[in-house]
Ligand binder design. Structure first.
Ligand SMILES: Cc1cc2nc3c(=O)[nH]c(=O)nc-3n(C[C@H](O)[C@H](O)[C@H](O)COP(=O)(O)OP(=O)(O)OC[C@H]3O[C@@H](n4cnc5c(N)ncnc54)[C@H](O)[C@@H]3O)c2cc1C
Length: 428
């Protein structure tokens, strides 16, 4: 049986483990002290026990997450409906609105600027097909597009940037550099055109930990946490992995199921193709804070939504935070409100903080969109392979699909066949 080292236990790495563990001798390296990467349920103590709250991956839908849905069905993972409502609180102007309550502030009925913004939201999405089909826009960033089309600053800073920044957890300047096509394609694919969502969204009942445990159950003993791969040497047609505990081991193959920049860092001698493609992917730090501080939520209580975007000026600099309302998203508690804030600028009362976790999310630019089309070249050899969310839009389905595609290449058939009808172990 051939051996494979898998570096990283996010959904991409765990997905590879699920499909490959019967036919390869797999062994995982995981830098964190827990398994799962962005699949990370935190258990919070309440009077009568512990409640599960997701702090990374939370939502999916049946329309645009086909592989993840197939996996959840195979594993009999219980899911429940949730929603993708959003609110915006713009502290410099006092504007507050929610996708499900556009006129919660009565003054907005009489605000020409606000009415104009609503019209422009509608108009932007009538232009979506043109953006996707006209080659002219292939190299446009969001900023290029809205500037050329003379969209108003309210549409830009109180709608399209907040909405996109909330989805990718990126600051305003980074969001404005997003390729306009990637953004519109994602909105369209995910039924997020306009102020309403066209799809029903779901979350895993009792947290994503539920699916993780079922997924890794057959190969959990092959995972070592707190053990990073620090260097990977490819020599004599094999891969030698040097680990953070000083150990070294040689495998027939290695899968980099970590982020693109992390893979490039640990590759001893990257090929020209690897260096050229992987260097395009930069990552944005997303500090997730699980807390119970309601004071950072919109003053207009009825607009509290699943995703809440808060814009404020701190020392003359515009700062943006996304706040997930975990009771709206996952109904985690009947006693208290729990929130997960992304990149909070220090406004949460320290006494209300439960846990802080550092994540990283890929940042997409026009250059990354071009590089993505060539990423398949990374997996056209017989020793080292790559997968992760950076292969597409940066979401859970994207990471898992990259694992499905890679395993199809390694198994030379659909990986789903094996998962359904496990074959006896193959001798290499
Ligand atoms: C706050 C937040 C909320 C999100 N919410 C959603 C959502 O609701 N729906 C959705 O579809 N997507 C969501 N996403 C995106 C989605 O969760 C991720 O894109 C996806 O899960 C990433 O999976 P991955 O396997 O590519 O990477 P990760 O989950 O990041 O896994 C990579 C793993 O590699 C490990 N690693 C790195 N370097 C090394 C090394 N040298 N040695 C050993 N191990 C290493 C890391 O520790 C990590 O465990 C969210 C992301 C964030 C940050």
């Amino acid at each position: 049986m051939k051996s494979i080292a898998i570096i990283g236990t996010g959904i991409a790495g765990m997905g590879c483990g699920y499909f490959l563990h019967k036919e390869f001798d797999i062994e995982f390296y995981e830098e964190n002290d827990y398994i799962g990467g962005h699949t990370n349920t935190v258990y919070v103590e309440e009077d009568d026990g512990f409640i599960p709250i997701d702090t990374g991956f939370i939502v999916f839908n049946r329309e645009t997450y086909p592989n993840l849905v197939k996996l959840f069905n195979r594993l009999s993972v219980e899911v429940k409906p949730t929603n993708m409502s959003f609110s915006v609180q713009h502290l410099p102007t006092g504007l507050e609105y929610g996708s499900q309550l556009l006129f919660a502030q009565k003054r907005n009925y009489f605000s020409p600027a606000y009415i104009k913004m609503l019209f422009q939201i509608r108009h932007f999405f009538t232009e979506s097909d043109e953006i996707l089909n006209n080659e002219r826009y292939a190299s446009y960033s969001l900023l290029d597009y809205v500037t050329e089309k003379k969209y108003g600053s309210d549409f830009i800073y109180k709608y399209i940037v907040p909405m996109s920044s909330a989805l990718w957890s990126t600051p305003t300047d980074v969001t404005l550099q997003y390729p306009v096509r990637v953004l519109v394609q994602f909105f369209k694919n995910h039924g997020l055109l306009g102020t309403d969502t066209q799809f029903q969204w779901y979350t895993v009942h009792n947290g994503s930990e539920q699916y993780k445990e079922k997924l890794i159950e057959p190969f959990k003993n092959r995972i070592q946490t707190g053990k990073a791969a620090v260097r990977v040497f490819r020599e004599n047609g094999k891969a030698r992995v040097l680990a953070s505990d000083g150990s070294e081991k040689t495998y027939d193959k290695v899968i980099f199921a970590c982020h693109a920049d992390q893979a490039l860092k640990i590759l001893a001698i990257p090929s020209e193709t690897e260096a050229r493609l992987l260097k395009n992917f930069r990552y944005q730090q997303n500090v997730a804070t699980l807390h119970t501080d309601e004071t950072i939520m919109p003053k207009t209580r009825p607009i509290w939504s699943a995703w809440n975007y808060r814009v404020e000026a701190i020392d003359g600099k515009v700062t943006a935070t996304t706040i997930y309302d975990m009771n709206i998203l996952q109904q985690v508690s009947q006693k208290k409100n729990y929130f997960v804030s992304i990149n909070d600028p220090g406004k949460i009362s320290p006494s209300k903080i439960i846990q802080t976790i550092e994540y990283e999310h890929p940042v997409f630019t026009v250059a990354t969109a071009i590089a993505q089309k060539q990423l398949h070249q990374l997996n056209e050899n017989d020793v080292s392979y790559f997968c992760g969310s950076y292969f597409r839009f940066g979401f859970h389905e994207d990471a898992f699909t990259s694992a499905v595609n890679l395993c199809e290449r390694l198994l030379a058939r659909s990986p789903w066949e094996m998962a359904k009808n496990p074959k006896p172990e193959l001798i290499s």
